[in-house]
Design a protein around this ligand. Structure first.
Ligand SMILES: Nc1ncnc2c1ncn2[C@@H]1O[C@H](COP(=O)(O)OP(=O)(O)O)[C@@H](O)[C@H]1O
Ligand SMILES: [Mg+2]
Length: 252
């Protein structure tokens, strides 16, 4: 079986500054990979490049999604193929109710895949069922997307979106940032329920704490725009003990 995602020698510049520097990464179907690394290593940059955010120039290397050149796909095509990104700082959209946003995203993807739109009552039911598992008050779904949501509510809302869209590859960028321990548990449980042989995860985090809840199959260390080490889940514990100093000096 082809890997779900294969990144080979990826070089990326942002505003003329080189940020990813020969990054290699292979994620198999259903794998849960953690990417850890010091601040400024390029973790968020990697997630933005995967999503197709404008302004990120790929100067060398390639990214294959099930063998197809992902960099040639428009962002909406990537999403329709099953890419989902949960951002470190979820966007606030004043004037767009959360439920409207969810419905629009959901139906846009179905359309792109050549599927019929889901009826509003069916979709509402599905959203409500998922919301209940994430301790999301249905009242919150009527509020504008992420506006005035607490850090925990934003992350739970992202998890709701992810569960609704049933992606093949979920990239979670610092999902733990700004979460207290209770919210962390709700979000992690939500993610764990979505684990499946048909769905892979890239869990980006600075801290080991999240990986106590979402236990990865593989851990990678990113430093200065490259994967400098790959290991099992025990690598996260080792990093917690030693910190990133050795990787920072390697990169310098
Ligand atoms: N738009 C940008 N313009 C210039 N430099 C940027 C931009 N975005 C990120 N960088 C720089 O790229 C490096 C990697 O950033 P980032 O990917 O956010 O790291 P991480 O998520 O690992 O903390 C940092 O040095 C950061 O300052
Ligand atoms: Mg980041």
């Amino acid at each position: 079986m082809k890997p779900l995602l294969e990144i080979k020698n990826l070089h990326v510049e942002v505003g003329g500054k080189k940020i990813l520097n020969g990054l290699d990464l292979v994620v198999d179907q259903g794998g849960v990979h953690a990417i850890m690394g010091p601040n400024g290593a390029g973790k968020s940059t990697l997630s933005y490049v995967l999503a197709g955010k404008p302004g990120y120039d790929v100067t060398d290397g390639e990214v294959l999604f099930e063998g197809d050149n992902m960099m040639a796909m428009e962002p909406d095509e990537r999403a329709a193929r099953g890419l989902f990104l949960a951002f470190q700082y979820p966007l606030e959209i004043p004037g767009v109710a959360t439920l409207t946003f969810l419905r629009t995203a959901f139906n846009a993807q179905r359309k792109k895949r050549g599927q019929e739109e889901m009826s509003v009552p069916d979709l509402m039911k599905r959203v409500r069922d998922i919301a209940a598992t994430l301790d999301i008050n249905p009242e919150m779904l009527r509020r504008p997307l992420n506006v005035g949501f607490s850090g925990g509510e934003k992350k739970r809302n992202e998890t709701l979106q992810m569960a609704l869209l049933e992606p093949r590859l979920c990239v979670l960028d610092e999902t733990d940032s700004g979460l207290d321990i209770d919210a962390l548990k709700v979000v992690s449980d939500g993610v764990n329920r979505l684990r499946s042989p048909k769905r892979a995860f890239i869990v980006i985090t600075h801290y080991q704490r999240l990986l106590n809840h979402i236990v990865p199959d593989v851990v990678h260390v990113l430093s200065a725009g490259r994967v400098v080490r790959t290991g099992g889940k025990e690598l996260a514990l080792e990093l917690e003990a030693t910190g990133y100093a050795q990787y920072q000096s390697e990169a310098a």
